[in-house]
Design a protein around this ligand. Structure first.
Ligand code: ADP
Length: 245
């Protein structure tokens, strides 16, 4: 199996491999509070990319000597299940997963008020259930919702999406085939309330002018994602059981 290189990634009508226009996101599903055992959780789907995020904490840091006197430590683990991809994926954490865990943690740290919980730890788990491009951006989008669901004070949510260049055209929200066979892939994460970028990576080549246009395209996608995140959070808190007194 595996996706072989298609002859073209954009057809004569300007449609992409999955029928989308260049500036169109994949169908998105967001649900908050989906798991029972964690303090906060979220499920986010961008087309074929499906991700769960779960948060524990703030809780006592373990082992204790890792605790910080002035703030909580944020632990983050991004992991792809072995059935999330077609290829044989090693069971343990790969170097790619270790690196993505780090950049996702650093992005989450920019919006989380860790200083409110000295000596504690907040543990974020991201599990990619199915991968079809954009797993780090979907993971970040889900993780920020899981943190909010856990009641962790945050300056903002994080909304993220990748943009890229395929067949010479800038496109929003790459799927796996576009990521693999396109000319560039640029994941972008933002704290939309502050209009600030908290993660930006680029694989491939873009001219400075394409970079600017690509960033604007990412911002457009991010504002759509941010709205869906806020709706999902509202839904979560409007349907929770009333407090028993
Ligand atoms: P992202 O998922 O954030 O776009 P990459 O650019 O590293 O991260 O990966 C792009 C896509 O490549 C993934 O979403 C997934 O569909 C595929 N992929 C990543 N790692 C593997 C792997 N070990 N085996 C098969 N496919 C993979």
């Amino acid at each position: 199996m595996g996706n072989s290189k298609p002859e073209r990634l954009i057809d004569e009508n300007g449609r992409r491999i999955d029928g989308r226009r260049p500036d169109e996101l994949r169908p998105i599903k967001i649900e908050v509070g989906v798991l029972d055992k964690s303090d906060g959780s979220a499920y986010v789907e961008f087309g074929g990319t499906k991700v769960f995020a779960a948060v524990f904490g703030p809780r006592e840091a373990h082992p204790k000597h890792l605790a910080l006197p002035d703030r909580a430590i944020l632990n983050c683990r991004y992991h792809m299940t072995s059935f999330s991809v077609e290829e044989r994926k090693p069971l343990g954490m790969t170097r790619r997963e270790v690196e993505l865990s780090k950049v996702i943690r650093e992005a989450l740290e920019t919006v989380t008020f860790l200083e409110e919980f000295p000596r504690a730890s907040i543990d974020v788990y991201i599990e990619v259930i199915q991968a079809d491009g954009g797993t780090r951006t979907t993971g970040l989008t889900a993780a920020s919702l899981a943190l909010a669901d856990a009641g962790i004070p945050m300056a903002d949510l994080i909304a993220a999406v990748a943009v890229g260049k395929v067949d010479g055209q800038l496109v929003l929200d790459l799927c796996d085939v576009e990521d693999k066979y396109g000319e560039a892939d640029m994941p972008v994460a933002m704290a939309p309330r502050f209009n600030s970028i908290v993660l930006l990576q680029l694989n491939g080549r873009l001219t400075p002018s394409e970079f600017k246009k690509g960033l604007a395209l990412a911002q457009k996608g991010i504002s759509e994602i941010y709205k869906l995140q806020q709706e999902a959070l509202k839904k979560r808190f409007s349907t929770s059981k009333p407090l028993e007194v």
